[in-house]
Structures are given as C-alpha cells and as structure tokens.
Design a protein around this ligand. Structure first.
Ligand SMILES: Nc1ncnc2c1ncn2[C@@H]1O[C@H](COP(=O)(O)OP(=O)(O)OP(=O)(O)O)[C@@H](O)[C@H]1O
Ligand SMILES: [Mg+2]
Length: 755
C-alpha cells in the first residue's frame, strides 16, 4: 500500500508564515485517516513549519497524546527529510556500568513499520541493521531526489563524525527540514542523574546532540517528551540549545485512566487478588510490571495456573512475546519494571524494551496496567501506567503497595561516589513521591499531576481514583496499614527491609521481604529500591546525607505509628468488645496453617537440608500470627499470615530456623535433627493438621497449638524504639562522630521513647 504525498502547493497557505490548518488536516486525513488534530499537535506542527526556517518547539504531551504526529505531518508537508532522534544507551554507559544491553530498538522499528504500511517512506538506522540495508538508505539520501521522508536514528549515530558529515551534505542540498528529538526526557533524566560522573572525554552521545544546533543552525529542532518535571524542562532547553522555543504543554491528565492502590499487607493473597482482578476484565489486554525477575516468573506461573494467558518477557522470548501481544494472542505481559532512566534500565535485557520499546509500540487497547511492586518514581509510574487506554477508552492503573528495601553498605560496590550521590538524591526524592502517592489519602490523580508541576482542583478527578470514589474505605485501609506497620514493629518485623548480602536470594537478587537479621545489622542510611544488586549499587549512597533525611522521616513516622499502637493497646477493652465481629474461626485458623504448610512445601528446595517438621513449623508460625491477632484484631492476623507466607517464599534456611527458634523457643520437635523431611514421601508432608496435636512441643517451648499460653510466649523482640536506641548506643560506642549528639533523629527518638 503506497500513497503519494499530497501536492505540496495545496498546503501552502495564502500567508507565507503559517501553513493553514485546513491544508495540514488534509494531510492528516489522507495519510492517517484522522479527522482532526489533537491537543497541541497543530500548534507544534505550524511552529516548526513556520517562516523560512521554522521555529524551535518543545512539546510536552502525555503518553499516547500523539507526539509522533508532530514530526510526521511536517515530514509530509514539505519536500525533504525529517530526522527523528530516539533514545538509546550509549557505548560509554555500557562499558561503565557493564550492562548487558539489548541494542536493537523496538520503538524505531515499530514506528517505521507502521509508517511504511501507510505508504510513507521512512527508515531507521541502527546497529541491528545489515550493512546492505544501511547502504541502501545512504544511497537514497545521496541520490538526486531522495524519496525518504523520515529517517530515525540514535543519538550515538549523531555523535559519529561520519554520520554528521552525511547529514551536513543533506542539509547543504536543502533537503533537511526538521530535527525531531523524541522522548527527550530519557536523555535529560540520565543527564541529571549521572552527568556529574562522566569525564569530559567520554561525554555520552546525547550531550553531543547540542552539536546539531551548532552544525545545522538553520534547521528547527522539535523536542518531545511525555514526562518532564520543571527542572528537566530547563535542562532540555539548555542542553539542546533551543532558540526561543515555542513551549507547548498539554495537561498530563489522563482522564480515561482510573487510578487505584491496593495494600499487599492487607490482602490475604495479592497473587489471587491480581488474578481475580485481571479475570474480571475478561479477555482484555493488560500489562503487569514487577520489580524482580523472579517475581515476574512467579506471577507468570500464578496467572497461567489461573487460566490467564500471559507471558513473561526475557531477551530470548522478547520478539515472539511482543508479536503475540501486539497481535492480541497474549492477554497479559508480565514485565520487569525499570528504574526510570535508560542507564539503569539495562540490568535486564527486557527492561530497555519495556521502558523505551513499549513507548513506541502502539497497542492502544491496553485496559489494565498493574504495578505489582511500587515503581521507582512518579515519572516511571506515569509512563508505565500511561500504557493503558491509549485509545482514550476507560482503563485502569492498579498499584500493589508493599514493602520496600533499605540497602546497606554491604551491597555497594565500586561505583564512583559522585554517581552514588547524584543518583541517590534523585532516586530518593523520586521514590518518596511514590510512597506519598500510596500512603497519603487524597486524590491520586492530583498527586500525579502535582508531581509534574500541574496545579489542579481535586474535582478534576471526577471520582476516577479510589481515593475520590471511596474515600472512607481508603482512609480505613491507610489506618489499618499504619497500625499493622506499628504492630509488626512491636513484634520484630518491619515494612522497611534492610538489604544485605544475606538478603540476596538464590539468584543473587534482593528480596522484597523482610530479613530479621538485617534489621539488627543493617545500616539505615541508605534506601535502595532496586531489584538488582547492580542497580542497588547505583541507587544508594555511601555518605548519603541525602538519604538520611528520608530515613529520619521514615523512622519518625514509624515511631509515631508505634506509639499509636501502644495508645490503642490501652483501650484494648474497647477493642475487644468488637471481638465477636472480629473473631477468627477455627476453620480460618486451620486454613491458615494449611497455607503456611503449602508455602513451606512450595519452598522445600530451599529448606531441604533443614531437618524440620513442616507441619509443626507451620503450626508454630500460625500460632505466632494468632497470638498477634488476640491483641490487635483480625486484620492483623490476616496481614501477618499473608506476609508470613510471602516471607517463606524468600526466607533462607537460617532465617527460618531463627524465626522458629525465636517464636517458639524451639529446641525440640519443630526442628528435629534426626529427621529428614526433604523427601515428599516423608511424614512431614502429611497435610492433616490435626495430627499436629500428637507432636506437641514440650520442655518449655510450644505446648499446645492454639491459643498460645502465656508460658509459651516467644522471647521478647525489640520494639522499634528499643531497636533505634540500641543502635544509637552501639553507634555511640563505636564513634561519636557517626551519630553526633546533634542528630535530630536521635534526639527525637530519645524524647519519644517510652522504654
Ligand atoms: N489527531 C489524532 N487523532 C486520532 N488519533 C491520533 C491523532 N494523533 C495521533 N493519534 C494516535 O494516537 C496514538 C498515540 O500516538 P503516539 O504514539 O504518537 O503518542 P505519543 O505521544 O508518542 O505516546 P508515547 O509517549 O507513548 O510515545 C497513535 O495510535 C496515533 O496514531
Ligand atoms: Mg512516542
């Protein structure tokens, strides 16, 4: 299917300066079949086509807003070529960070294919193309009358002298119309984070984009981005040397997306919750983002088991998975989330594709985008959730909020400290916005838009987020979450997870889940929100003054939560009057034990050398959860059970032994050295829980299944305040300079501590 461009004279308006709307709409209809321009498209197009040499333009439009059209129409409205620069990781960053980078760039390929299908002459130049294909493109460019209208290139190519020389030749022949720099945020985000560490000689190629302006001063530059916080906007204009650009900013509001957060801690089983959610959307298409590679795999298994057709993405499967997805054969794609910027997106091959590739892949009917883990930044979240509803039809963004990780010094490798500091500051601030999005009441949409500097009334949302639609329910969840957090602190667990070498799971990845040992040994100086040790290296800071305030804030809020908890403990009588309503039936307890037992069996490969009685151990852990319920209510019990099940999926044998030991003072049947329970035929896998009665633990430890009697209480576990104070004391012993007495947090802790 080939369409010849419309005769050019029909687009020249009577006024020489601006091409008339009607002429441009004609082109739009002829080539793309759309009846009119959207948002600021027309203004952008008219700006770059205005006058003799066009005007620079910086166009901020939401994901799916139709940015591509802003350079595709100019390419068809004027003889000559539009050069489109799309982001790709540079060689220098590759070698610096030693990442395994996927070099081909699906977005470019995809756009070019779509244009060709419409009969528009477009090509891309990338390292994945054959020499023959590249030569054909160059031949076309140097021919008397090139047929090419759009040429997509990477910033790396722009930076090469060979390509620049060719470009100048094209320009000198009067054939270069416009330079469009798409997804410009990617360069600038990277710039902001990492620029400080790059030696001058190795400045990445995106920095050399400014040379386009110097070498080709008469060609208008159109910069486009879907997300740009005000600071980034300034960066873009400066770095690209835009001259008096027309800045066009559309609202980032995506009115057709309903935003919702679900709290993992309050869910019985987030996996089934997600399955049910996706099922309720029938055969519609969805994307699920995960933090960890293993979580992707787990989720893919869960979804498949539940009859949801899905595919995880990895480098080998990538093309076929995407093909299937684009052609609607696969309903759900489970994807690993990226850090938000290309440099950090490359730990897994799939990520580049997701972050950048997905941007160009124009599947419009994604109805649900789910984040199974908290994204690293609002920008990333916006981009990813923005994959939903590009056809403007009602769609949903669902975020499962759970725990996050504090990385400690042990996880830091050998990145230059300047990088750590730069990336840490930025990532902490970014991450904080996401926590606020999840943990604060109030309109979610407003929070998203405010993070991009847009002031909007809450009424804008029109009840299309959970906080606006069900404010009471959301407040209740948040209250429960706060109490659960405090309660778990009282009982030795935390929603903040310190990560260290021991928190690495079998595959060398960081667990999302709490590690009790780490809490005592870990440093609270660093926050990492990464799924990969290499990423963590980048996202944490050694000296990390920048992260300290975050930690301080976090500690204070946890301490407040803890105090709330003790406050409510005093009014326990009042609470207990609701006991009936809150009561946990024996059936629920039995099913809880079964769940724990199943979780142990599922993870038996990790515990096979640990000679423990799974049935008794499950009972012990359930008792622990039940004991907590007695104090605080059913939701705590459910929350504890859910998090224990999740914890079992990542706990190391030592951690399990330790927890069982702490919980039940076990020295007896819960850990039986003589028994080998690694075989499925072993009696330890007998699922009949009632038999546990015969295996009661004696000798001062667990004596009965439930309820736990006073004399079987586990050894006391430090409260959060005790923990902080003990840390403080230890730190003071080592060095007074490490935690000076002027430390605001320490003083706050001292003042507030009740112990
Ligand atoms: N004026 C228009 N009328 C109707 N549909 C349009 C119009 N302009 C663009 N579209 C369609 O909207 C969809 C999104 O466009 P496009 O891919 O250019 O968005 P984008 O802003 O580049 O998004 P992203 O940030 O995800 O790359 C495409 O299918 C495109 O064909
Ligand atoms: Mg785009």
């Amino acid at each position: 299917m080939s369409k010849s461009p419309l005769p050019l004279q029909s687009v020249s308006g009577a006024e020489k300066q601006v091409i008339k709307k009607e002429a441009l709409v004609k082109i739009l209809r002829w080539h793309f079949g759309y009846s009119d321009f959207r948002g600021k498209q027309l203004e952008a197009i008219q700006a770059v086509l205005s006058g003799d040499s066009g005007r620079d333009c910086f166009c901020l439009m939401p994901t799916g807003g139709g940015k591509s059209m802003c350079y595709q129409i100019p390419a068809l409205a004027k003889q000559g070529i539009v050069l489109v620069v799309s982001p790709l990781i540079g060689e220098y960053e590759q070698s610096l960070l030693n990442y395994d980078i996927v070099k081909d760039y699906a977005a470019q390929e995809n756009q070019v294919m779509a244009l060709k299908e419409k009969g528009i002459a477009a090509e891309y130049l990338s390292s994945t193309q054959t020499v023959k294909a590249k030569n054909e493109i160059y031949e076309n460019l140097s021919s008397g009358k090139p047929s090419l209208r759009l040429l997509y290139v990477t910033p790396e190519l722009i930076a090469t002298s060979g390509f620049m020389a060719k470009l100048i030749k094209i320009h000198d022949r009067g054939l270069l119309n416009l330079i469009a720099i798409d997804e410009v945020r990617s360069y600038m985000g990277f710039n902001s984070i990492c620029e400080c560490l790059l030696p001058e000689a190795s400045k990445p190629s995106y920095r050399k984009l400014s040379s386009l302006r110097n070498r080709l001063p008469s060609i208008p530059v159109l910069a486009l981005t879907a997300t740009a916080v005000p600071k980034v906007q300034e960066d873009v204009i400066d770095s690209l040397c835009l001259r008096n650009p027309l800045v066009l900013k559309s609202s980032f509001n995506r009115p057709n997306i309903y935003y919702e957060v679900r709290y993992k801690d309050l869910l019985d089983d987030p996996y089934s919750d997600l399955c049910n959610y996706l099922k309720s959307y029938g055969n519609n298409c969805a994307i699920v983002y995960c933090l960890e590679r293993t979580a992707c795999d787990d989720l893919a298994v869960h979804l498949s088991k539940n009859g949801i057709s899905c595919a995880g993405l990895n480098s080998k499967l990538r093309s076929s998975v995407l093909d299937n997805w684009i052609s609607s054969k696969t309903q759900v794609v489970v994807a690993t989330v990226a850090f938000g910027y290309p440099v950090a997106c490359t730990a897994f091959q799939v990520v580049i594709l997701l972050q950048d590739g997905m941007q160009g892949i124009d599947r419009k009917d994604v109805r649900v985008v789910c984040h199974f883990n908290i994204p690293k930044s609002m920008e990333g979240f916006y981009q990813e959730s923005g994959r939903a509803g590009r056809d403007q039809l009602p769609s949903r963004s669902l975020l499962y909020y759970g725990e996050f990780i504090l990385g400690n010094a042990a996880s830091k490798k050998s990145l230059p400290s300047s990088l750590e500091e730069c990336s840490s500051k930025k990532s902490l601030a970014d991450f904080r916005q996401m926590i606020e999005y999840c943990e604060e009441s109030g309109c979610r949409r407003k929070k998203i838009l405010e993070s991009f500097g847009e002031e909007v009334p809450a009424s804008l949302c029109a009840k299309s987020c959970d906080a606006c639609k069900h404010p009471n329910i959301v407040s209740k969840y948040l209250e429960e979450l706060t109490s659960a957090t405090a309660f778990r602190h009282r009982n030795g667990s935390s929603r903040i997870y310190t990560s260290s070498a021991s928190a690495l799971n079998d595959e060398g990845q960081f667990s999302e889940f709490w590690n009790r040992d780490d809490e005592e040994s870990g440093s609270e100086e660093d926050i990492s929100d990464s799924d990969d040790p290499v990423e963590i290296v980048k996202s944490v800071s050694h000296s990390s003054k920048s992260s300290e305030w975050r930690i301080n804030e976090r500690m204070e809020s946890l301490q407040r939560a803890e105090e709330n908890y003790y406050g409510t403990e005093n009014s326990q009588d009042k609470k207990m009057s609701k006991a009936d309503k809150n009561s946990i039936s024996e059936t629920l307890r039995e099913s809880g034990k079964q769940r724990l037992l199943n979780a142990m069996k599922q993870n038996q490969h990790r515990f096979s050398n640990l000679q423990i009685d799974f049935v008794t151990s499950a009972e012990t852990l359930e008792n622990e959860c039940h004991k907590k319920y007695e104090k605080s209510g059913k939701s705590f019990y459910l929350s504890q059970m859910a998090s224990t099940v999740r914890w079992l999926s990542t706990a190391t044998p030592d951690e399990l032994t330790d927890r069982l030991g702490k919980t039940a003072n076990i020295s007896s049947e819960a850990v039986r050295p003589e028994a080998n329970f690694s075989s499925p035929s072993s009696s330890s896998f007998n699922p009949v829980i009632t038999q546990v009665d015969e295996q009661k633990v004696t000798g001062g430890s667990v004596k009965s299944s439930s309820p736990v009697s006073q004399d079987t209480l586990p050894p006391p576990i430090l409260s959060f305040s005790e923990f902080v104070n003990r840390r403080k004391a230890t730190d003071n012993q080592f060095s007074t300079s490490k935690r000076p007495s002027s430390d605001g947090v320490t003083r706050v802790m001292e003042k507030k501590t009740k112990f």
